[in-house]
Design a binder for this molecule. Structure first.
Ligand SMILES: Nc1ncnc2c1ncn2[C@@H]1O[C@H](COP(=O)(O)OP(=O)(O)OP(=O)(O)O)[C@@H](O)[C@H]1O
Ligand SMILES: [Mg+2]
Length: 230
């Protein structure tokens, strides 16, 4: 489903090269939920952004549904991302002057889906993330945890192959953090959605079944330990 092969990345700044990822290899199957763990600066966001097609790797390959995304043109990639990839940001990245429902519908607007179908899908997902009573509010009226629920619903609305989340609970208190991770685990179970979740907290990582650990741009551990409930 997601296959990372010999992936390396360096940033070039003023003639100086910084190697940020070195020869990373792993695969994530459909329906898996994986934590990508590592300390600050270990390369987690870089790896996630490469996998989500937000930038091109220096070398190596990223296959999603058997398509090598690093070989795609800008247009192909934009189209592929819209239909195959979901993304959840630490800071939600919602549009404040749109309602909760309108924010969730937005990816479908770009796909040309009609009003009624859009609305129905958004309302069903909002129900699923626990915001069935808040659909017509503006996102600026919601708490951080609620805003992250909106952004989770938005990431799922196109039924992507995989959802990448970069420190999705980084701005939240411990209790809300637990609730958001509960929700992601639940969506993985009920929808079979595939998630790759970046975190620097071992407490968060160990709630998933599998932990991939980065240190200084090197994959140092890939452990399928079975998860907390099994
Ligand atoms: N655009 C860039 N240009 C140069 N160096 C960069 C750039 N982006 C990231 N880096 C460097 O790459 C390394 C990895 O950064 P990255 O953001 O992937 O780490 P991270 O694991 O996500 O850290 P954090 O937990 O703090 O978010 C760091 O040393 C960082 O300084
Ligand atoms: Mg980061």
């Amino acid at each position: 489903m997601l296959v990372i092969e010999n992936l390396s990345h360096m940033f070039r700044n003023g003639g100086e090269d910084t190697v940020v990822l070195q020869n990373i290899n792993f695969r994530v199957e459909k329906n898996e939920i994986v934590a990508l763990l590592g300390s600050s600066g270990s390369g987690k966001s870089t790896l996630l952004n490469l996998m989500a097609g937000l930038m091109k790797p220096t070398s190596g390959s990223i296959l999603i549904d058997n398509r090598a995304i690093e070989k795609m043109s800008e247009n192909e990639l934009a189209e592929f991302r819209r239909s195959h990839i979901g993304f959840i940001f630490q800071s939600y990245e919602l549009i404040p002057h749109l309602t909760v429902r309108e924010n969730v519908e937005l990816p479908l607007v770009f796909q040309g889906v009609r009003d009624k179908a859009r609305r129905e899908q958004a309302l069903a997902l909002l129900e699923q993330v626990g915001l069935g009573q808040k659909t017509e509010m503006f996102v600026s009226q919601l708490s951080g945890g609620q805003q992250q629920r909106v952004s989770i619903a938005r990431s799922l609305i196109t039924n992507p192959s995989v959802v990448f989340a970069d420190e999705p609970t980084g701005n939240l208190d411990t209790k809300t953090e637990k609730e958001i991770i509960d929700l992601l685990l639940d969506l993985n179970k009920t929808l079979g959605m595939t998630f790759v979740i970046v975190t620097h907290e071992h407490e968060v990582a160990k709630r998933t079944k599998r932990i991939i650990q980065l240190r200084d741009g090197v994959l140092v551990e890939d452990e399928d330990w079975g998860g907390e409930n099994e």
